[in-house]
Design a protein around this ligand. Structure first.
Ligand code: NAP
Length: 259
């Protein structure tokens, strides 16, 4: 297995991407790289398009050239968040932000270029080693008696370790087309924060607030629960987000473990 950083291969550089892919001759490429600063994408749309759409196309065309299969990690932000029941894989894309638009356009271009590519849409990722919601909540809770957290956005928190395991299973099963890959169950950010605080044995108060009170440059979908139906059809089940959170907290305490 080869893991490439942005330094080794900037996906905006088509020639470099083709060179490293030709050299590595992979059976599968997992494309997780993206410009993920959702608010930054609003102020830098050209960069968002160059990385998230055109960069993905560069990787797909390099994969095609060497006969490699591709898993593209996509996002719940391709949807508008107006549904009140889980989004199915065939639901119409209607992104509300530049970030979501670039991921949606990448999905469309990739499926045209490489109809057997696998698009794994995920959401609300957290994991040890990077900035993520549980880490931010725990750091803030260490110095504040109370935290205000948005309670009108509902989605599926997803542990990066569980997503990685699912992607491996997708490769083993030769998956093609769109799947939704999130931990099971859903919650609001407020409910997620409450569970993080409770599971960590902290006394910090979590207060529910509305998105309007915490205005951000990019709109967030109010509801972006992704249905696991497509994943189940492949015989893959992901654990609940509460179980995933427990394992994340264990791993955060002892970073050498790999729960
Ligand atoms: N975070 C979420 O909640 C969420 C939800 C749904 C879907 N996703 C998708 O899941 C994937 C991983 O998300 P994440 O939040 O884990 O991302 P992340 O922590 O921001 O990591 C993104 C990675 O992409 C690399 N990258 C950025 N620009 C690049 C370029 N031009 N060429 C090559 N590499 C580049 C970054 O490298 P540097 O650090 O060196 O810049 C970084 O390693 C992304 O495709 C994202 O769209 C994320």
């Amino acid at each position: 297995m080869t893991g490439l950083t942005s330094h080794a291969a900037d996906i905006r550089d088509a020639k470099r991407v083709h060179d490293v892919v030709r050299e590595a001759r992979p059976e599968w490429i997992v494309l997780a790289a993206a410009y993920t600063d959702v608010d930054g994408c609003e102020s830098e749309p050209e960069l968002a398009i160059a990385v998230n759409r055109d960069g993905a196309v560069n990787v797909a065309s390099a994969a095609k050239q060497v006969g490699a299969r591709l898993v593209f990690v996509s996002s719940d932000y391709v949807f508008d968040g107006k549904k009140t029941a889980p989004y199915e894989i065939g639901d119409v894309r209607n992104p509300q932000s530049v970030y979501g638009q670039t991921k949606a356009e990448a999905e469309i271009e990739l499926l045209e270029l490489m109809p057997d590519c696998c698009i794994a849409r995920t959401s609300w990722l957290f994991g040890v080693g990077g900035k993520c919601f549980p880490d931010t909540i725990l750091k803030l809770a260490a110095s504040r008696p109370a935290l205000d957290v948005v309670d009108d956005q509902r989605g599926c928190p997803t542990y990066a370790n569980d997503l990685a395991r699912t992607i491996i299973q997708l490769c083993r099963k030769n998956a093609a087309g769109i799947v939704h890959a999130t931990n099971a169950g859903d919650c609001t950010w407020f409910e997620f924060a409450q569970e993080i605080i409770k599971s960590s044995g902290l006394a910090t108060t979590v207060r529910p607030v509305s998105s309007r009170q915490m205005a951000r440059p990019a709109p967030r979908p109010a509801y972006s629960v992704l249905s696991p139906t497509g994943l189940r059809a492949l015989g893959i089940e992901m654990p609940s987000w509460r179980d995933a959170l427990r394992r994340y907290l264990e791993q955060r305490e002892t970073p050498t473990s790999s729960t």
